[in-house]
Design a protein around this ligand. Structure first.
Ligand code: SAH
Ligand code: SF4
Ligand code: F3S
Length: 470
């Protein structure tokens, strides 16, 4: 792929903008403003895509609702990473037959990773007749054009081309909050971990131009955003396709130089590419949050190899040691898969011992879900569901203990927090985040939302901290 094939030409982006303007002119003639509802499944990448979908809808004259019954357009942005995520989205699509019966003009759109799977879009075509528009991840920037086709021709539209992937710059973005923002720095994945569908539905790795990223961050900081997360499936591969002599650590250092009062985080880092240079850059840059999500997946070398992860347990543990030597109070999180095909309970116990050795602050834990078209789906998988569930429960119990210990160590400390919202737990009025991203419940006036404060930690649980403003 040459850069020219990756970047959507400005002329094409302009054509899409004109379509949005044309739709907006039509919508302005309606007796009331049309409303849209965008429902998102999956990871932050999908959340970021949905913010662009909302941005395009806003430009086309739509307002927003969270109520499916009053929506004129519904967009469901799907995830394919595990069967559960796919089924949840499809269950909701099924339920929309009722809203559509009451409102036959309602337009139902499906997009995102699951729609990029041929068997899924086929299923929608055949069994979900009330769905009007299906579009894949590679044509997100053409959403306005595809919606216009549905509006004009009153026919179903399916657009899910296979592609290596493109980059469409300058799409409008309607962000949900005023404090935290996602910024995609790259798209796609080249790693082909044997369990994972993402490379098949998101195309090859491609990096945005650093100037575009830096301009977006500058703008966000000027608008008052305080917590910015750089996104990519493997941010450590950033820049490899640009030929610019700029890697992810260099980009991070450039973001750090942007004047303003903000923190920058990133996800996800792949352990095979996490460099000493990255760790040193994190340690040196005061705006880079002391936090790293470094998914290990499992603690056994045979299973890591079968997963095609390209690192072993010792290498991973050495990375953690080197990182902690530079940033002792770093908050560490990870993803774990239990029950990968062929993993024995003895091998699974290596994951438990790795958890003990690392001491993660928190974990995202999953039971393996076979994904059609991946090598994992063809591997023999003899372990029973019950045994996988038992192992999963052991994992969760161990991590709960470790998280509780980690959190208890905060009690008595006073630290900086960013007050990020009103609390709905009925006990405290505000929620806040430490620089490392841990959740703090505290009391204070609503007007503090959006400000940095000092908080003394007075209590903890396995999932949160409790504190008071000082
Ligand atoms: N690019 C990121 C993660 C993307 S998916 C990375 O490499 O870390 C997020 C997490 O979902 C993965 O880290 C993995 O733990 C989990 N996951 C992916 N495919 C899965 C599958 N088939 N079954 C269960 N969990 C899966
Ligand atoms: Fe999936 Fe592996 Fe790529 Fe992450 S690095 S998206 S787990 S294939
Ligand atoms: Fe799901 Fe696609 Fe993200 S499969 S996890 S929404 S990249």
């Amino acid at each position: 792929m040459t850069r020219k094939d990756v970047l959507v030409p400005e002329q094409e982006l302009q054509r899409q903008r004109e379509i949005r303007r044309e739709i907006a002119r039509r919508m302005a003639l309606l007796p009331r403003q049309p409303l849209a509802f965008v429902d998102t499944y999956g990871c932050q990448q999908n959340e970021a895509d949905s913010e662009q979908i909302r941005g395009m809808l806003a430009e086309m004259g739509y307002g927003f609702t969270e109520d499916e019954n009053e929506a004129d357009v519904i967009v469901i942005n799907t995830c394919a990473v595990r069967e559960h995520a796919e089924m949840r989205a499809l269950g909701n699509v099924g339920a929309l037959t009722h809203t559509k019966r009451r409102n036959p003009d309602q337009i139902i759109c499906l997009c995102g990773c699951a729609m990029q799977e041929p068997h899924m879009s086929k299923k929608i075509r055949q069994s979900f007749r009330h769905v009007d528009l299906v579009f894949g991840t590679h044509v997100l920037y053409r959403f306005s054009e595809l919606l216009a086709q549905v509006l004009d021709k009153k026919k179903r539209v399916f657009e899910t081309p296979d592609s290596q992937g493109v980059i469409a710059e300058g799409l409008p973005v309607a962000r949900k909050g005023k404090l935290k923002a996602w910024v995609s720095i790259m798209y796609g994945c080249n790693n082909f971990c044997t369990y994972c569908i993402v490379p098949y539905v998101r195309g090859r790795e491609r990096s945005r131009d650093p100037e575009k990223i830096l301009a977006e961050v500058r703008e966000l900081v000027a608008e008052g955003y305080k917590d910015i997360t750089l996104l990519g499936q493997n941010v450590n591969s950033y820049g490899k396709d640009l030929g610019l002599d700029m890697d992810f650590a260099d980009l991070l250092a450039k973001v750090n130089e942007i004047p303003g009062d903000f923190l920058v985080r990133f996800m996800t880092s792949h352990p095979k590419d996490a460099s000493q240079k990255l760790f040193e850059t994190m340690a040196r840059c005061e705006k880079v949050a002391p936090q790293l999500h470094l998914p290990v997946q499992c603690g056994n070398d045979r299973v890591l190899k079968a997963m095609n992860r390209h690192y072993d347990r010792a290498t991973y543990l050495d990375e953690i040691r080197r990182l902690r030597a530079l940033i002792p109070d770093i908050v560490l999180t990870s993803d774990i898969i239990v029950g990968f095909p062929g993993e024995t309970t003895e091998e699974f116990e290596d994951t438990l011992s790795l958890l003990e050795e690392v001491g993660y602050d928190a974990l995202f834990t999953f039971i393996y879900s076979p994904r059609e078209g991946t090598p994992g789906a063809k591997m023999p998988d003899p372990m029973s569901r019950e045994e996988k569930n038992r192992n999963f429960q052991r994992l969760v119990a161990l991590q709960n203990r470790i998280s509780a210990e980690k959190h208890a160590a905060y009690v008595g400390k006073t630290l900086r927090v960013l007050v990020d919202g009103k609390n709905d737990d009925g006990k405290h009025t505000l929620t806040a985040r430490t620089d490392g991203g841990r959740l703090v419940h505290l009391d204070g006036d609503e007007s503090l939302v959006g400000s940095w404060q000092r908080a003394r930690i007075t209590g903890s649980s396995n999932w949160a901290l409790f504190g008071e403003l000082v």
